[in-house]
Design a protein around this ligand. Structure first.
Ligand SMILES: Cc1cc2nc3c(=O)[nH]c(=O)nc-3n(C[C@H](O)[C@H](O)[C@H](O)COP(=O)(O)OP(=O)(O)OC[C@H]3O[C@@H](n4cnc5c(N)ncnc54)[C@H](O)[C@@H]3O)c2cc1C
Length: 251
């Protein structure tokens, strides 16, 4: 819709996929939740499994635009629009989602972490649709953290965002997943930072090391919404806040 309003779409004949039933369902099996790509943010906010087990996605849905955008905007559209500032994409990265892509040639399942190949570039072939987003149901015992930093609380594009999951066992971080928005050409999983903290006790040295690792792997730019320096400073602060929350909830 943004490209349409700006006159940037090459064709003015568009096909609506809004009413395709195969794209509008949310279904839970024992091991995963399958979300049809044309489910709206309101659909996500109203779903009990999303609310209980995928709070980062529910929160991102609530952050997106206003109620009108949430009633009409879809998760599949957010993925294929491929903005590094999109709200739901860091959550999909930390939940280790897969995408099912369909075309008249058949279907293929790809890891969402492989989907964004460059700024606004994706693995999607011209004849493919995103049909389903698959989320593994194994993170409900993790501490979940997310923040969107923008000029105001609603109807704002993020300057920086973070979604993270962590789990501590016997005093050490045994599982951690961190992703950030608006700090690179693509929504970015912070794998170097995760590697630095895994297996360690959360103390001030670990928090300093995590912050330094995160700053070493982001590639923020200065643009109309913010500066690279501000984005790096805020990202560092959010990483610290996540580990403080994880330590607090693990005591
Ligand atoms: C006023 C306003 C506020 C907004 N605020 C936010 C915000 O706060 N946070 C945020 O993240 N985004 C925001 N957006 C951007 C946009 O609404 C979201 O990205 C939305 O999720 C896009 O979904 P859509 O269904 O409208 O996609 P469309 O705009 O219809 O499509 C986007 C692109 O994806 C393709 N596409 C859509 N679905 C599929 C599919 N299933 N398979 C293959 N290709 C597909 C389309 O062909 C198109 O190229 C905002 C937009 C507006 C207009």
């Amino acid at each position: 819709m943004v490209q349409y309003a700006a006159g940037k779409l090459p064709s003015r004949k568009l096909v609506s996929i809004w009413n395709l039933p195969d794209l509008r369902h949310i279904e839970g099996s024992d091991d995963e939740l399958r979300i049809g790509a044309a489910c709206s943010y309101s659909d996500l906010r109203e779903n009990a499994i999303v609310a209980k087990e995928f709070s980062l996605l529910a929160t991102a849905a609530a952050w997106t635009g206003g109620i009108a955008n949430q009633n009409r905007g879809t998760l599949g559209g957010n993925i294929v629009n491929a903005s590094p500032a999109a709200d739901s994409l860091p959550a999909l990265l930390v939940y280790e989602s897969d995408l099912i892509l369909i075309s008249s040639r058949g279907e293929r399942r790809v890891r969402y972490s492989d989907f964004h190949t460059g700024y606004k570039q994706t693995l999607l072939a011209p004849d493919e649709l995103v049909q389903t987003i698959c989320l593994p149901r194994r993170f409900s015992g993790h501490t979940a953290y997310s923040r969107k930093v923008g000029p105001r609380n609603a109807q704002a594009i993020s300057k920086v965002s973070v979604a993270a999951l962590g789990h501590v066992s016997n005093g050490a971080v045994d599982d951690v997943h961190i992703a950030a928005g608006s700090v690179a050409p693509v929504p970015l999983r912070l794998r170097r930072t995760e590697g630095v903290v895994r297996g360690r006790t959360i103390d001030s040295a670990l928090v300093r090391a995590a912050r330094a690792a995160a700053l070493s792997e982001i590639r923020p730019i200065s643009d109309i919404r913010s500066t690279a320096t501000y984005r790096a400073a805020v990202l560092g602060n959010l990483i610290v806040e996540f580990f403080q929350k994880l330590a607090g909830e693990s005591r």
